[in-house]
Every structure is written in C-alpha cells, then in structure tokens.
Design a protein around this ligand. Structure first.
Ligand code: ZN
Length: 142
C-alpha cells in the first residue's frame, strides 16, 4: 500500500470511530486550537500525573485532517513521559517542515508518520499540526 492510501485510510478510520473524542472529568490542562482558514476549532484536554501524560481527549469540530491528527497524536502520547512527549512533538513538527527524519525518529512517531505528505500541502499544514501545537503549549506551561 502506498503511503498516500495508508494516510487516507487512517484518517477515515480515526474520524469514523470518534476515537479519543469526548469530554474529560478532571483535566490538568486544557488548550483550544483554532484555525480560522479552515474552520477547525478543537480543544485538547490533558491529564498529567507522575511526569506523564496519563490521559488525553479532545472536543470541538474540525476537518478530517485536524481531527485525525489530533486523535493519532493522543494515541501516540498517552501514558508516555512528558520529556519523551515533547521530543515526539518536535519530531512531528520537523517532519511537517520537510526536514528528513532519521529511522529512529520515524520509529518514535509511529503511525503519525503518515502525515509526512502534509509537508507538500501547505494549505493543510495548520490542520495537521493544530493538536500538536495545543499539546506543546500545555507542556511548556506545566
Ligand atoms: Zn482543517
């Protein structure tokens, strides 16, 4: 399967399932991401415990790319130590800026590597990085 097809399929799967979408009772931090060009308006809710991202979810509305990227990011960081999460965010953002990743870096971001072709779609970059910027802001603040 070509990466473009894989990418389409993963985006569709994440949006269909509503995976990681929903409110959280007692979040440690909340950050809203807004992309007026596309109409994406998503809010990330995060629970931080023992230097880890112990839980995360999101609410709001947005295009398929913004929601799938948010959801796949949550899968990638849940249960992971904050330092490691910050490293993974930097790798993802670097990839979107068309920086070539090492094989270790690709391994660290797992399925989120399918978003690499976003770097060739400048109009969608904000959609694909919305959730990642929310998480980055939360972790820098905490
Ligand atoms: Zn969008």
């Amino acid at each position: 399967m070509r990466i473009e097809e894989l990418y389409q399929e993963m985006i569709m799967d994440h949006n269909r399932s509503g995976h990681n979408k929903g409110d959280m009772a007692d979040p440690s931090a909340v950050e809203r991401g807004h992309n007026p060009n596309c109409g994406d308006d998503l809010t990330l809710l995060v629970k931080l415990e023992n230097d880890r991202v112990s839980d995360a979810s999101f609410v709001g509305s947005g295009c398929a790319i913004s929601q799938a990227s948010m959801s796949m990011m949550i899968d990638l960081v849940k249960g992971v130590e904050i330092d490691e999460v910050q490293a993974r965010i930097e790798i993802f953002l670097k990839m979107i800026q068309s920086v070539e990743l090492t094989s270790e870096e690709i391994e660290k971001i797992e399925d989120c590597y399918v978003f690499q072709n976003l770097s060739k779609m400048p109009a969608r970059v904000k959609c694909g990085t919305l959730g990642w910027h929310c998480l980055k802001v939360i972790l820098e603040r905490s």
